[in-house]
Design a protein around this ligand. Structure first.
Ligand code: COA
Length: 415
């Protein structure tokens, strides 16, 4: 079946996580993604967190599916010539080097436009223009500077980062959307453009509800759905909300049967107002239905922790899956806390291609996350990541280089 981005060629100058997640998505949608790496070393993640000696790490393989790898030394004059040929041939250049690195290679926006006015240049940087524009940034720096860490964790603990890679993979997603949008606009303008996504901005975009709360707090001095209400104190900034729901429906994480030994025997429980009657019945607290302290959502707010404590007495008598089944009969929104082991073994995620098993010539079989975005007319088949420089000769031949020229470039260490 044809793919949505068939015919789109991406010059992939990305490394580590943020940029590679973006180009991997584009590759899953059918773009031809040509990843440029340095001979001998390649993307630094090939060698990081290795579980098998001398074999590309899972860090690399899980972020670089469906791509081709070419080795080019961008600082070698002959290597630059190859890159220029690629710039002329490709539709999009994606990069997430440290600020200024692409310019230092000689590939300024002006130079790229001169070579190919239709080219879209897409960049991830840690920060946008401003005091930190020149800083190098990794995931957790972005989580801290984007507002996520100050609003994650418990009131009596330090700021916390989250395991979800909202700075890297989150910004990669933002950039991918920017790229397809620019490709769409190019259909009418005929011109390329610059697409930039700063990791701080991406994290902040995902923390939008916390900026909402900052303004609510400034106006009213209190947020009744936060665990600090009614007995704790609110300061000037949005506090850490523990496991409180970010929306208008109060929620919390509750222990389930086995919690004493299983660190993930918990369930997320949302006391959605329309099913309050059912919740009272299921947990055996029907007297709450007529008690004015519990009868309305507003009346319940000062008692939320007490209510969750009572519900927890019930959830502790069930496994998280039993609780889930019973609550779903009544449409009570809830979710088991799934460990990565449980997710890896979940058959329904295998069926949908969200978890896929891939075969790699050097490491054998491994699990990965497939494309979480499903297009009915452009299904994603996940192909293994390329070995370093696996496609150098193939791509150069497509650019018109002869066998002899390729050998010469290799002898000159340009590729
Ligand atoms: N040929 C020749 N040189 C190459 C090359 C190639 N194929 N690929 C990379 N390089 C060079 C770059 O030109 C750069 O050289 P310069 O410093 O002389 O200009 C050098 O390699 C290092 O690149 P840099 O991006 O500075 O790598 P780093 O390992 O020092 O920093 C980051 C890594 C991630 C901190 C940095 O790239 C960054 O801040 N990126 C933007 C934010 C981001 O995406 N962060 C998240 C990463 S998951």
């Amino acid at each position: 079946m044809a793919k949505a981005l068939d015919g789109v060629r991406i010059l992939d100058f990305t490394h580590v996580q943020s940029g590679p997640t973006c180009t991997q998505l584009l590759a899953w949608f059918g773009a031809d993604v040509i990843k440029v790496e340095r001979a001998g070393e390649g993307d630094i993640t090939r060698g990081q967190l290795r579980d098998i000696p001398d074999v590309d790490s899972l860090y690399f393989t899980m972020l670089n599916h469906n791509k081709r790898s070419v080795t080019i030394d961008a600082k070698n004059p002959k290597g630059k010539e190859v890159l220029e040929a690629l710039v002329k041939k490709c539709d999009v250049l994606v990069e997430n080097f440290a600020p200024g690195a692409l310019d230092r290679m000689g590939f300024t926006w002006e130079r790229i436009q001169a070579l190919n006015p239709r080219m879209i240049v897409a960049s991830i940087k840690g920060f946008g223009p401003g005091p930190y524009a020149d800083c190098k940034v990794y995931e957790n720096v972005a989580q801290c500077a984007g507002g996520a860490a100050s609003t994650t964790g418990f009131d009596d603990g330090p700021p916390l980062v989250t395991g979800a890679q909202i700075g890297d993979s989150g910004t990669g997603l933002h950039l991918a959307l920017g790229i397809v949008t620019a490709l769409y606009q190019r259909n009418t303008t005929g011109r390329g453009q610059l697409v930039t996504a700063a990791m701080q901005d991406g994290v902040l975009n995902l923390c939008r509800v916390k900026l909402r709360d900052q303004q609510r707090l400034a106006r009213t001095g209190v947020m009744e759905e936060y665990p600090q209400y009614p007995d704790g104190k609110f300061g000037e900034a949005v506090p850490r909300a523990g496991n409180a729901s970010g929306g208008g429906q109060p929620g919390w994480i509750l222990k389930c049967k086995g919690w004493e030994t299983d660190p993930n025997a918990y369930i997320y429980f949302i006391t959605q107002a329309p099913v309050w009657k059912d919740i009272c019945k299921v947990i055996g607290r029907e007297e709450w239905l007529t008690d004015p302290r519990y009868a309305t959502p507003k009346a319940r707010l000062p008692h939320l922790m007490e209510i969750f404590g009572e519900i927890e007495k019930w959830t502790m008598t069930k496994t998280k899956f039993e609780a889930m089944d019973l609550l779903n009969e009544h449409d009570v929104p809830c979710g088991p806390i799934l460990s990565m082991k449980e997710i890896a073994e979940e058959p329904s995620l295998r069926d949908t291609g969200t978890i896929v098993e891939i075969d790699h010539p050097k490491r054998g079989k491994y699990l990965s996350v497939g494309n979480p975005i499903k297009l009915s007319d452009s299904p994603s088949d996940v192909k293994r990541s390329p070995l370093l420089g696996e496609h150098t000769d193939e791509v150069l031949a497509e650019l018109g280089y002869s066998r002899q020229q390729i050998d010469e470039l290799r002898a000159q260490r340009a590729i």
